[in-house]
Ligand binder design. Structure first.
Ligand code: HEM
Length: 489
């Protein structure tokens, strides 16, 4: 084993991060290079960005009070505060539950840091409690989150380098258990053998919504493996490498097509009206509605070092590292993550280049604001974020290799076609995703507006992550199309 002095690395370097589970031995003061492989990025050969083992389902006894209060919200079937047709009894039940949360002691978090999996479960439990708390408040009342939630949630979030809000990792990556008591094979999750651990509504629809993303993550394991093999070949870069990469890209297009089929399969188990009216409001972030979130208790002694959070977008599969990895690997991110695609009102459809030439690419836009998708990286587990950074810093980018070889005869041309096929597959995934968003959000929102005497505001059509969604999704899709190197899209 080779040792490098720890102080020679910046604190945000991936080698400076704690290992995914600190029950692994760490030698103080030295960088752990025992497995400079996917493991350090918490990406598993068998389960990709999902953990290979069932995530922790309950915190140790010391934090049982949090688990109990979450259990109570679920078993009491608390109703959304915005639901106009609920009776006084329902409102009082929610109000009693919120008082119970308010009266919880501020539990210390220092000992949670013994293990990454315990920290993850803490983030899930506290974020879920916070969303139950906020979303049961009747409309018009101020949103004031009590110190019993804000202080531990901010402490845990700081440690995990995550925003203090429900993320895709909380409701998809780490929110599953096996359906069967004796899971198949080595106990690695199987596409059909999953169920969710925690749900707001207890409905099959909500479960299917999360599981459709989980299944996409698992099918994506083959995509990650093809990326790895391609990168090995890019290192060699000879004629055989061109042939092999052509083959890998052809297979990658097939995997992406499967992701699209899995995406469309959400319709089998999740009803659009149930999704729009019953499920989605629970996990909306602070930027999806007008009412500001007040984090109480940050002036207290226990809150030392904590700051008022600014990143409070709701969970979105825009936080899926798999889709980001595909974008980066294919070189599409320069287009689909263009800084002009911010997801807000200022979003413009301009992408860096609409050129179809194989040799030219316009310089990236100069707008300083982060694109929505780049901002979503802040909501990913930090090891996955580092993985994407590592992928993006590759010295031998695939796209450049394809461009360099495009003019070198039949094999170069076959390579370019295979590359374009993978991009077309990703563009078609985004086409179909727009169909899904129309079915699940735009359609029900329109119907709700027609059926209501009230005129619904523009925020109705904001994404969970707060985007001006129709425009944003089309911009990302068009950016993907623009990344193709030939007129095949
Ligand atoms: C009923 C199912 C779904 C709905 C209603 C839905 C809705 C949305 C919305 C509204 C956005 C805009 C960003 C925001 O503000 O949140 C978004 C973005 C996104 N969603 Fe979904 N989504 C669904 C399923 C999925 C699934 C299963 C995946 C795959 C893992 C996925 C991947 C993405 C990605 C990657 C983005 C970022 C935009 C892009 O890269 O094209 N979505 N989704």
């Amino acid at each position: 084993m080779e040792f490098f002095p720890m102080n020679s690395l910046p604190p945000d370097h991936f080698l400076s991060q704690p290992r995914p589970d600190s029950s692994n031995p760490i030698f103080p003061g030295v960088v752990d290079t025992t497995t400079l492989a996917a493991h350090d990025f918490d990406v598993d050969n068998r389960s990709g960005f999902m953990p290979p083992q069932e995530p922790l389902g309950r915190l140790p006894a010391q934090w049982e009070a949090w688990e109990e209060v979450l259990d109570a919200a679920i078993t009491d079937r608390l109703q959304l505060g915005e639901k106009a047709d609920q009776g006084l009894e329902e409102r009082e039940k929610s109000s009693r539950w919120r008082s119970r949360v308010r009266e919880l002691p501020i539990l210390p978090t220092t000992e949670l840091k013994i293990s990454e999996v315990v920290l993850r479960r803490s983030h899930i439990v506290l974020a879920w409690i916070m969303h139950f708390y906020i979303r049961t408040i009747p409309p018009g009342e101020p949103i004031r989150i009590p110190p019993s939630v804000t202080i531990p949630l901010l402490q845990v979030s700081n440690h995990l380098q995550l925003p203090p809000v429900l993320t895709y990792s909380d409701d998809v990556l780490y929110n599953w258990k096996f359906k069967s008591s004796s899971p198949s094979g080595l106990g690695v999750p199987d596409l059909q053998d999953l169920q969710c651990h925690t749900l707001f509504t207890g409905t099959k629809d909500e479960e299917e919504f999360y599981l459709s993303s989980a299944r996409i993550e698992l099918r994506g394991v083959e995509a990650l493996s093809l990326m790895r093999s391609t990168m090995d070949e890019l290192f060699v870069g000879d004629e055989i490498a061109v042939k092999r990469i052509t083959n890998y890209l052809t297979r990658l297009a097939t995997v992406i097509n499967d992701l699209t089929s899995l995406l469309m399969a959400v319709r089998g188990g999740c009803d659009p009206e149930v999704f729009y009216h019953e499920i989605r409001p629970w996990f909306k972030g602070a930027d999806s509605d007008g009412e500001p979130w007040v984090f109480e208790g940050l002036d207290r002694e226990e809150a030392e070092g904590l700051e008022i959070p600014t990143e409070l977008s709701g969970p979105s599969a825009g936080q899926s590292s798999l889709i980001h990895a595909l974008d980066i690997f294919l070189g599409v991110h320069e287009y689909s993550h263009s800084k002009s695609i911010t997801g807000d009102e200022s979003s413009s459809s301009a992408s860096p280049s609409t050129s179809t030439s194989t040799s030219t690419s316009s310089p990236p836009p100069t707008n300083e604001k982060k694109s929505f998708l780049d901002r979503m990286r802040l909501y990913m587990p930090r090891h996955h974020r580092n993985f994407l950074g590592h992928l993006a810093s590759s010295q031998r980018p695939l796209r450049q290799f394809v461009i360099n070889n495009a003019g070198t005869g039949q094999e170069g041309s076959a390579l370019m076609q295979a590359y374009n096929r993978a991009i077309v597959a990703l563009k078609e995934f985004r086409d179909k995703h727009i169909v899904i968003v129309t079915l699940y959000i735009i359609g029900p929102a329109r119907r709700a507006a027609q059926g209501s005497a009230q005129t619904k505001g523009r925020e109705e059509l904001k994404g969970t992550g707060g985007t001006n969604l129709a425009r944003f999704l089309k911009d990302v899709r068009d950016g993907t199309k623009d990344a193709a190197l030939d007129r095949v899209v």
